[in-house]
Design a protein around this ligand. Structure first.
Ligand code: AHR
Length: 309
């Protein structure tokens, strides 16, 4: 599917740098730090003038940033939206101003899909599917019901919603796999530890066999709580998380995390390419998904050195 770019914004004056306003949703995780760095670096290399505003998890702050970009009449607005809903009115304002919008990383639910040109971001549903397939295979010889604990991400965010759905849809046919505990931990290490210790505060029979963490930072926080409870992460509790940060690879090498589903934050080059296409008046696909893998403990050591984030 392609989407025509509003024409009034595609003809820059010769010699002027392209100006991009970028509303980043926050700095909650290693993934997010890598994502911001990738965009800053790619913009710099391409000679794009980047106006970056960090919303620190607040949709309201994102609205304020977007309005300031409109007031500055930037050429393109890039939004990494903290949650999925509530974007129609602000995107209508941007459309009225004739500024093309690129959604980055997370998706939005809007009634009019012409409100943005393209979404450049990972397939979070597929990430949930991959995590579930790993768990099904890993636990195939486990006797009795397998109790799964889930550390979910930010409530209402696409990665949390879609990873949760992908995981649940995939285990649905496996009657012995049960999600026994599930709580949001905001994609942060601190909350990962807090919520995991809550999961382990009940009687031992209720402790999980498997932890599915929606990102590496929460899994790393959970490791502390698991060790605090006298358990061996990676053995007593099988752990699968999402992102593929260097820190998570180190924990895989140490045997404490069993598998990591990759979620690629290095979206800068693809974003810069898309901005140039828009400025040249060319069409873009409505959705662009970076390639992603899954890594297990067996592969971790050889991959560690080449991890870029
Ligand atoms: O939207 C991508 C997710 O947000 C990453 O998986 C997580 O680490 C980040 O905070």
């Amino acid at each position: 599917e392609v989407h025509p770019v509003p024409l009034q914004s595609v003809v820059p004056d010769a010699g002027d740098p392209i100006v991009v306003g970028f509303s980043q949703l926050g700095s909650e995780s290693k993934w997010r730090e890598a994502n911001t760095a990738s965009i800053v670096e790619a913009a710099k290399e391409a000679g794009i003038q980047l106006h970056l505003q960090n919303a620190e998890q607040s949709q309201k702050r994102q609205f304020a940033a977007i309005r300031s970009f409109v007031a500055q009449q930037v050429d393109v607005i890039v939004i990494a939206p903290v949650i999925q809903t509530g974007w129609d009115a602000i995107l209508q304002e941007v459309k009225q101003a004739g500024i093309p919008v690129i959604m980055l990383d997370r998706a939005v639910e809007v009634t009019d899909s012409s409100l943005y040109v393209t979404l450049i971001g990972p397939d979070f549903y597929e990430e949930g599917v991959k995590a579930a397939k790993y768990v099904i295979d890993k636990m195939r010889n486990h006797e009795g019901p397998v109790r799964i604990a889930e550390l979910a991400g930010t409530v209402g965010s696409t990665p949390s919603i879609d990873r949760g759905r992908g995981f649940r849809d995939t285990i649905a046919s496996q009657t012995d796999l049960v999600i026994a505990q599930s709580m949001p931990a905001d994609f942060t290490t601190t909350q990962g530890e807090v919520v995991m210790s809550q999961f382990l505060s009940g009687p031992k029979e209720q402790w999980p066999d498997v932890l599915f963490a929606h990102n590496d930072d929460m899994a790393i926080g959970a490791l502390k709580a698991i060790e605090q409870a006298g358990l061996k992460p990676g053995e007593d509790i099988i752990i699968v998380s999402v992102d593929g940060t260097r820190k998570a690879f180190e924990q895989m090498v140490a045997g404490k995390i069993n598998a990591v589903v990759e979620c690629n934050p290095l979206l800068g080059p693809q974003l810069v390419q898309a901005v140039s296409e828009i400025m040249a008046g060319r069409m873009l696909p409505k959705r662009m998904v970076p390639p992603e893998d899954i890594f297990t403990q067996e592969m971790a050591a050889s991959e560690l050195e080449s991890r870029k984030y």
